[in-house]
Design a protein around this ligand. Structure first.
Ligand code: ZN
Length: 323
């Protein structure tokens, strides 16, 4: 079938375009020829994406009486926060790779220190550089106003309603956008490499500009040439703590191809933390160092079963304790 080809093509498109470097060369072209072709201009919700049963099961799991679940997602669709089941997304969810629909500023150029090795203090899980965060915060308080970086560079998100100029905002802000939305249209298959028709018609006449510094700004997504410390949205220090304190790690639908899963797996091997891999088909081989269990199948089904089993266990425990 053409799914594999599609995925490979998609990966190549993303790999060569999803960088600060590509963006800086020509921000307008970057938006029109890459970003808006593959990502919905006003976020995922408006084009019909809805949380699945898997999202709902995860939300329910966090709400179980004795549960202590934290969710780190690599998805950029904000669907974990849109479940019918209300849960504490503010404190229990990290969107480690960003959120389509929000924006961020980037520095004009990356300083040389970005390639320096991280000499941070020893800690069990390292996802980013604490030193660089500290240096950035210090720069924000520089006595000389001209030396201070834009607040949207690494600290704050830009809401679409804050984008400039107005005609760009009219395309990108879901509240005022009226460009070819089809809220009832079914979402394009996620592994379809072809651009969605409704998206390919959207183009900008100029790039969105940062409300803080008036330079072209980027979507709030972690790019290949950026670290988790590059913006506070990725909450890398909190993610490090969650992983370091986890008594079990559950992966759902991950390809095990990104830094955060590598780091988490390495931690699991070192500390003997059990790992559960909920996946359609990709297995995680257990070794003498890695306690891995594979739960294969559609996550909508496997996570819903997990929720049911947890609920049963809780009520059984309650029953036997009472006795
Ligand atoms: Zn800015």
């Amino acid at each position: 079938d053409n799914t594999a080809t599609g995925t490979a093509l998609w990966e190549e498109v993303v790999w060569t375009n999803a960088t600060r470097e590509a963006f800086r060369k020509d921000p307008l072209k970057w938006y029109n020829d890459f970003w808006l072709k593959y990502f919905p201009a006003t976020g995922y919700e408006l084009c019909g994406y809805k949380p699945s049963r898997g999202h709902e099961a995860i939300a329910e799991l966090t709400r179980l009486k004795v549960s202590d679940v934290r969710v780190i997602t690599q998805n950029v669709d904000n669907l974990h926060a849109k479940t019918i089941c209300q849960w504490d997304t503010e404190n229990c969810l990290i969107e480690a790779h960003g959120r389509v629909g929000l924006y961020k500023c980037i520095p004009e150029e990356d300083s040389d220190t970005d390639s320096e090795s991280d000499e941070d203090e020893d800690r069990p899980v390292k996802l980013g550089s604490r030193k660089k965060r500290i240096a950035h915060k210090r720069a924000l308080n520089d006595d000389n106003k001209n030396n201070r970086p834009c607040v949207y560079e690494a600290m704050k998100n830009i809401q679409p309603s804050e984008l400039n100029p107005e005609d760009v905002r009219r395309v990108l802000d879901p509240v005022v956008a009226h460009v070819g939305h089809h809220p009832d249209a079914p979402p394009a298959s996620s592994d379809d490499a072809d651009a969605d028709d409704s998206n390919s018609r959207i183009s900008l006449k100029e790039p969105p500009l940062c409300p803080g510094c008036s330079r072209p700004c980027m979507p709030q997504a972690l790019l290949f040439d950026e670290g988790y410390h590059s913006h506070s949205h990725y909450k890398f220090e909190t993610a490090e703590e969650w992983i370091a304190n986890a008594s079990a790690l559950v992966f759902v639908g991950t390809s095990f191809a990104v830094t955060i899963t590598d780091v988490a797996l390495e931690f699991a091997r070192k500390k003997g933390v059990p790992v559960y891999n909920f996946n359609l088909s990709d297995r995680l081989e257990p070794t003498s160092r890695l306690h891995a269990e594979n739960v294969l199948g559609p996550a909508d089904d496997t996570l819903t079963s997990l929720l049911a089993l947890c609920r049963k266990k809780l009520s059984d425990d309650l029953y036997f304790n009472v006795k």
